[in-house]
Ligand binder design. Structure first.
Ligand code: NIG
Ligand code: FE
Length: 415
């Protein structure tokens, strides 16, 4: 028998229930996570139609499948707003070298780092890159991610960047989740060209061509000492603006070179990393609609400072959380761990972490009209947890898989 709709009943707690018009929550408001005890959730054609307390369950329901979720907590799927999850190879040797005392910079200068992965991308076929990336992303969905932003940036030549962007496009076409594609040609400089030549290639060929081929939702740049300075980063952002592509930036990861103020002047969608922040940066963020995206998985793995989340909250600034899944600085795409780690290291509450990893991160990747909350009209993308005492279990049992099912567009995600 086939049903038109599904009603989930007796949900122990339905969390992150909001008006679809609430785009993000800043500062102290992040501590509020709206919820309904003993709830129902009605889904039709992959869209949330209605939800509320069991007392108000719709009376007449024809041709509707009933799913009893007694004892289950339900939250919207994670939105992972910053990943480099299309990559090849493995840099575990560098990790072990860092554990022996070498720095990220020393390893990169010695031929490791981003350029090592670039070599792997050069040597792999598009089909093989698609196949290993697909497996990786299926695992991310099984861990509850229903929206994933994926960056290029391990190509650094026209052909290799095109290879990565084509793989992202194929993933978009073949997977039911929301995927956004970001062109991060300005991730590092290839050895074969001068800095000037590579910057010209990005500005005059890659950005225009890839935009034309409709492969790019965002443009990104690694604004950092030894990578792209503020004025080069600004050139890239201006080019993107000219072509009406919104931009993001990797900024203040190791050094503060003034990238945040520049990013805010250009109204970027998000500023990502922010491990190093000063008062001028806070002031700039405070007066903007740009979303900070914090990446505690990267701080954990590189053993560098964590972004000052408490300071952002104190200044009524919102932030999102993302995995930064990549082979060099964050080989983990499991958002459950990121949420738990964020509580432990950024000293935030479960509610703040969930808001950051759902509603605010949906905003950071431009999918807040479809994802990020349990709202009428949004996609029926949600996580059903195994039996828990409280939502804090999610943070507390940091190494347990508490997920029972991931629902994407109203269907149990099976791969
Ligand atoms: O987001 N910061 C720059 N890019 C990545 C790291 C890339 C790598 O080491 O492969 C990041 O952390
Ligand atoms: Fe990154």
């Amino acid at each position: 028998m086939s049903f038109n709709s599904t009603i989930y009943i007796n949900i122990k707690q339905l969390l992150q229930t909001r008006d679809a018009e609430e785009f993000y929550v800043p500062g102290n408001k992040m501590d509020e996570l709206p919820k309904i005890h003993n709830a129902f959730l009605l889904v039709e054609n992959g869209i949330i139609i209605d939800f509320g307390n069991m007392e108000n369950i719709p009376k007449k329901l024809e041709n509707t499948e009933v799913v009893d979720l007694s004892n289950s907590f339900v939250i919207p799927t994670w939105c992972d707003a910053h990943t480099h999850s299309v990559f090849a190879g493995n840099r575990s040797n560098e990790y072990l070298m860092r554990l022996q005392g070498l720095t990220y910079k020393q390893i990169a200068d010695g031929g490791g780092g981003i350029l090592k992965t670039t070599q792997e991308i050069k040597n792999i076929s598009e089909e093989e890159l698609y196949s290993i990336s697909l497996k990786r992303i299926i695992k991310m969905i099984q861990n509850g991610s229903g929206g994933i932003e994926i960056k290029s940036g391990y190509g650094l030549t026209y052909e290799s960047e095109l290879k990565i962007l084509s793989v992202i496009k194929k993933l978009k076409n073949n997977l039911p989740i929301e995927i956004k594609s970001t062109f991060l040609g300005a991730h590092a400089y290839p050895k074969e060209l001068t800095k000037k030549e590579y910057l010209n290639l990005i500005l005059n060929k890659m950005i225009p061509d890839f935009t034309n081929k409709k492969l790019v939702d965002y443009v990104d740049v690694f604004c950092e000492k030894g990578y792209f300075g503020v004025s080069d980063s600004e050139k890239i952002i201006k080019k993107a603006k000219q072509l009406k592509v919104p931009a993001k930036i990797h900024v203040n990861q190791f050094n503060n070179i003034g990238g945040i103020q520049m990013a805010i002047n250009h109204d970027l969608v998000s500023v990502d990393h922010l491990e190093i922040l000063d008062d001028n940066d806070i002031y700039a963020l405070k007066n903007s609609k740009t979303m900070p995206v914090l990446l505690p998985g990267c701080s954990f793995f590189l053993d560098i400072p964590y972004a000052p989340a408490k300071k952002l909250i104190k200044n009524n600034i919102p932030f999102a959380l993302a995995s930064d899944f990549n082979p060099g600085s964050s080989p983990n795409g499991n958002m459950n761990f990121i949420v738990s780690l964020a509580c432990n290291k950024l000293k935030i509450s479960t509610e703040q972490a969930i808001n950051a990893a759902t509603l605010n991160s949906a905003y950071a990747m431009g999918i807040n009209e479809k994802c990020g909350s349990i709202s009428k009209g949004k996609l029926a993308n949600f996580i059903i947890f195994k039996e828990m005492d409280s939502i804090n279990d999610l943070v507390y049992y940091y190494n347990d898989n508490l997920i029972k099912n991931v629902i994407i567009k109203g269907q149990v995600f099976n791969s």
